[in-house]
Design a protein around this ligand. Structure first.
Ligand code: ADP
Ligand code: ASP
Ligand code: MG
Length: 414
């Protein structure tokens, strides 16, 4: 019998009616003749509430304790879904991450899944039950509870699908597929029947919450068919696919945005070898991922270095860099060389156009800059790769920019 892993996100579990609807979908999948594993996230808004609680009690909450706190959200939803499935006459068993077990690295709040134990899930299925697994959480080899990053239950679902040799992984959410832009922001956004892994990786990395980045990476690496469906309505959904030769390649396939970053600038940086390493090394050592680095051409042997970091790590990044600047000045033979200033801005948004067609179409950047210029939107930073162009702008213009670019690249429904 073929196994299907179905994942229900928080947005699909906003109330008890939705919990029952998710249970019905899982049972229907089984009635089609499949073995089924359900992976769930916490009910809508619960993880945010828990995170807020942590930050209300402590200005910099201990990551270990935050994991214990955040993991409790999924404990509620697995039990409720399991009970709802049982009420439909089908046996179900809930599992926390450490009961599966879903093994992870030890890095609290950003752990990575290293292995999934299959024995217990297999035993449960063989006994006729639907296992209901808590997404987003796992257990380190030390026995510590870990979480794998916000939005991570998609990744739990794919990791379980890979480990269990599933036929496919279905992600049920509040939209009926992957769109040309976030449908909450762009009314004209269009569902795509298919999107390539390559584009989906860029979209997920650059703000499209619909799939967690690592779920796309795993599914691609292990060739697990990954599909996005609505948990509210039936429909064809979106299939994430490898690029085929005959696939039409519009110049831009989708526009996405990310408001979860902040910008850090170090001014007056001496233009000497090793300085970027000395400044960014301690930021990396603190496990803060640095993105979009821009270093300007030097004037008078001084330059400005600007980069973005996750907004949650903004204050800590400023602190680390200010300490580092003081240290470098103190230890330098010529302290005047190190008259740097660290400034930051967290009111930014990154807006990105993604498309495989960029490889073969010229002028896409120009069209993007022209569109932003028409609406008086100032570009603060730019970065490009083979299939994407990102700009950093003021966050107040984010939605306008996304809508205008979506329309400029003609992505809307006819
Ligand atoms: P879940 O709780 O089911 O995991 P998420 O909130 O993580 O759901 O992801 C679904 C949301 O992703 C949608 O409500 C939608 O607003 C947002 N989203 C952003 N970009 C896109 C896109 N390109 N296509 C579809 N949804 C998108
Ligand atoms: N409940 C977790 C979160 O809100 C995990 C997830 O939704 O995938 O981030
Ligand atoms: Mg999600």
């Amino acid at each position: 019998m073929s196994l299907i892993v179905t994942k229900f996100g928080g947005t699909s579990l906003c109330d008890l009616e939705r919990v029952q609807a998710a249970a019905q979908k899982a049972v229907a999948c089984r009635q089609e003749g499949h073995e089924v594993i359900v992976v769930v996230s916490a009910m809508a808004g619960e993880t945010d509430k828990l995170e807020d609680l942590g930050y209300s009690i402590s200005t910099r909450p201990d990551p270990r304790e935050m994991d214990v706190l955040l993991a409790s959200g999924e404990q509620v939803s697995i039990a409720l879904i399991a009970m709802a499935i049982q009420d439909l006459g089908v046996p179900a068993m809930s599992y926390l991450g450490n009961q599966v077990p879903v093994y992870t690295t030890e890095c609290h709040q950003r752990a990575r899944i290293t292995e999934v134990g299959c024995e217990e899930l297999r035993r449960s299925i063989d006994q006729g039950a639907i296992p209901v697994v808590a997404g987003f959480q796992g257990v380190a080899s030390t026995g510590e509870i870990t979480t794998i990053g916000r939005g991570g239950s998609d990744t739990t679902a794919v990791a379980i699908a890979v480990a269990m040799g599933a036929l496919e992984c279905r992600i049920y959410t509040d939209v009926d597929g992957v769109y040309t832009a976030d449908p909450r922001i762009v009314e004209q956004a269009r569902r795509m029947d298919r999107v390539t892994f390559e584009e989906m990786l860029e979209l997920a990395a650059l703000g499209a919450e619909v799939l967690h980045l690592r779920s796309v990476e795993y599914a691609r690496r292990y060739s697990i068919p990954l599909k996005v469906f609505s948990s509210f309505i039936d429909g064809p959904g979106t299939l994430i696919v490898e690029e085929g030769e005959s696939m039409e390649q519009p110049e831009v396939s989708a526009i996405t945005f990310d408001k979860n970053e902040a910008k850090v600038t170090i001014t007056n940086v001496p233009d000497i070898p090793g300085i970027a390493y000395q400044l960014l090394g301690p930021v990396g050592d603190a496990n803060i991922s640095v993105d979009m680095i821009v270093q300007n051409v030097s004037r008078d042997e001084r330059t400005d270095l600007t980069f973005t970091v996750p907004r949650n790590d903004f204050e800590q990044s400023l602190e680390i860099l200010r300490d580092q600047v003081i240290r470098l000045r103190r230890e330098a033979e010529d302290p005047t060389l190190y008259e740097m200033e660290v400034i930051g801005d967290d009111a930014i948004a990154k807006v990105t156009a993604v498309g495989l067609g960029m490889r073969s179409h010229a002028g896409i950047a120009t069209k993007m800059f022209e569109t932003l210029a028409q609406y008086g939107i100032n570009i603060q930073m730019i970065s490009t790769s083979e299939i994407k162009i990102s700009v950093v702008i003021h966050e107040d213009f984010c939605e306008l920019a996304v809508r205008m670019l979506h329309s400029a690249f003609d992505l809307g429904a006819d």
